[in-house]
Design a protein around this ligand. Structure first.
Ligand SMILES: CC(C)(COP(=O)(O)OP(=O)(O)OC[C@H]1O[C@@H](n2cnc3c(N)ncnc32)[C@H](O)[C@@H]1OP(=O)(O)O)[C@@H](O)C(=O)NCCC(=O)NCCS
Length: 205
């Protein structure tokens, strides 16, 4: 991660979480912006000024983190702003194995674990306290919500949301675009998009 001049794009709650983590990781000179000009007033957090999206980007802010929790919106903005500018942010209290691979623009929150052999695509969020065990594969712009647990060798498709506190048993897969509800337990592979809830997880009508 760069130590300065990181632009955080997204002025909502997730933006504040990412800004807090970036600063804890030692970043200085943080800036913030949002697609919605009405949100671009004052500061994202104390000392992190918000800039209007139509104002010229400060020259030093070439590095970018798209801090939007909604998967499709995060993907859309990342593509619009330039994948080559994306930087990953890991909170210093996260435990990320040096033998894991993280694509550009990922965020790993405090108390999250990413184990050896895990491979994360672009713009993946591993939120507070989530566990991504060994050899998991996570597709681009997926979100593993707070407290969710992926057992070893799990495969998560692009754009998937694994809800807060959900569990995916080892070796299972979750298809692109699926939403696994908060607290669900995925015991069988999920091959279709849509919302899956309960224990064991079943497709919601
Ligand atoms: C599963 C989920 C996507 C459904 O959302 P929704 O379609 O808007 O559902 P609703 O809130 O309208 O609820 C519809 C029904 O599903 C039930 N339901 C909702 N979420 C559920 C869940 N996680 N587990 C079990 N049942 C659930 C509701 O009780 C309701 O039941 P009813 O029809 O008998 O009254 C959503 O509730 C969820 O769990 N999202 C994950 C959120 C999350 O963890 N975000 C992380 C943010 S960092």
């Amino acid at each position: 991660m760069p130590t300065d001049a990181l632009l955080i794009f997204g002025a909502g709650g997730h933006g504040r979480v990412v800004a807090d983590a970036a600063r804890a990781a030692g970043a200085t000179g943080l800036l913030a912006s949002d697609r919605n000009p009405a949100l671009c007033q004052g500061e994202l957090l104390p000392g992190i000024p918000l800039h209007r999206p139509d104002a010229p980007t400060p020259a030093q802010a070439t590095a970018l983190h798209v801090a939007i929790g909604h998967n499709a919106a995060r993907e859309r903005e990342s593509l619009a702003l330039g994948l080559q500018r994306l930087h990953t942010v890991c909170h210093p209290a996260a435990c990320v194995s040096p033998f894991a691979q993280l694509g550009a623009g990922c965020f790993v929150a405090a108390q999250a674990v990413v184990a050896p052999g895990a491979r994360l695509g672009l713009g993946v969020i591993v939120n507070h306290g989530a566990v991504v065990d060994h050899d998991c594969r996570i597709g681009d712009f997926a979100h593993i919500a707070p407290g969710a647990v992926l057992g070893g060798d799990v495969q998560i498709g692009p754009g998937v949301l694994i809800g807060a506190g959900a569990v995916v048993l080892p070796g299972r897969s979750v298809a692109a675009g699926a939403v696994v509800g908060a607290g669900a337990v995925v015991c069988d592979n999920i091959d279709l998009p849509g919302s899956w809830v309960g224990v064991p997880a079943r497709r919601k009508a």
